[in-house]
Design a protein around this ligand. Structure first.
Ligand SMILES: *Cc1c(COP(=O)(O)O)cnc(C)c1O
Length: 231
């Protein structure tokens, strides 16, 4: 099987799962966007997926993402940064990322905003929430969200788009995403334009769709098992 055949099959399966999940939840497929997480995979895979109509790609390391963005500059996809961002990398990330899913602290907000303004761009940001209260793994605790949201809404280089979470290990995805949906509803009362919910990966996208996810971050189910043991 050629790589194109493999990717075509993976993509078809994931699209079928998303269709079924939307139908089960009574949601429109058009309200759910697939972000294909291409971390560790070569730029040639991204180019093949572009020919299959995939527009959105997720990366989680600045060096790798920046290199891919340069290589695909002639026909750029929409780049989503889904990993934790060291503040020292924020200038670089803001120069190519269209959406940053992992904004979780004030110092990063300031650095991303500065980078976006310097690059003459507007970067969409999602506030990453820690649903198990262990911010060591990334994400702001729920009680910190309101102040972070207000600051993001005021930042000239950023556009506050919504929330993101990863279901914590050992917690039912269904329970985690139900909690995320409540936090997202709360955010919308103060920031009506911030309606995006980034949730759901290869293993739990159905639960995420059931609880209102608008952005699904799927790697393995489209591209296969990653060659190196990155998250
Ligand atoms: C790697 C990664 C994904 C994709 O995970 P899969 O299980 O391969 O679908 C999604 N979100 C984040 C934050 C990731 O780091």
């Amino acid at each position: 099987m050629s790589r194109l055949d493999e990717l075509t099959a993976g993509l078809e399966q994931v699209r079928a799962r998303i269709d079924a999940a939307c139908q089960a939840a009574g949601r429109s497929v058009g309200d759910v966007r697939l972000v294909t997480v291409s971390k560790t995979w070569p730029v040639s895979d991204i180019a093949l997926l572009q020919t299959l109509g995939v527009r959105d790609f997720g990366e989680n390391r600045d060096h790798e993402a920046a290199t891919k963005a340069r290589e695909l500059a002639a026909d750029p996809p929409r780049w989503h940064f889904v990993g934790s961002v060291q503040s020292s990398k924020a200038m670089s990330v803001a120069s190519y990322a269209d959406v940053v899913h992992s904004l979780d602290r004030r110092s990063l907000l300031t650095a991303l905003d500065r980078g976006a303004v310097a690059a003459g761009r507007t970067v969409e940001v999602l506030l990453q929430v820690s649903l198990d209260g262990d911010p060591a793994r990334g994400g702001a605790v729920p009680s910190a969200l309101a102040a972070l949201a207000d600051a993001a809404a005021e930042a000239p280089g950023l556009r506050l788009a919504g929330l993101m979470a990863v279901a914590p290990l050992g917690v039912e995805p269904d329970r985690a995403f139900a909690e995320l949906a409540l936090l997202a509803a709360d955010l919308r009362t103060r920031h009506p334009g911030a309606g995006a919910i980034s949730a759901g990966m290869s293993g739990d996208l159905e639960a995420a769709v059931a609880h209102g996810a608008t952005l699904l971050r799927v790697g393995t189910a489209v591209l296969g098992h990653r060659p190196s043991p990155l998250r």
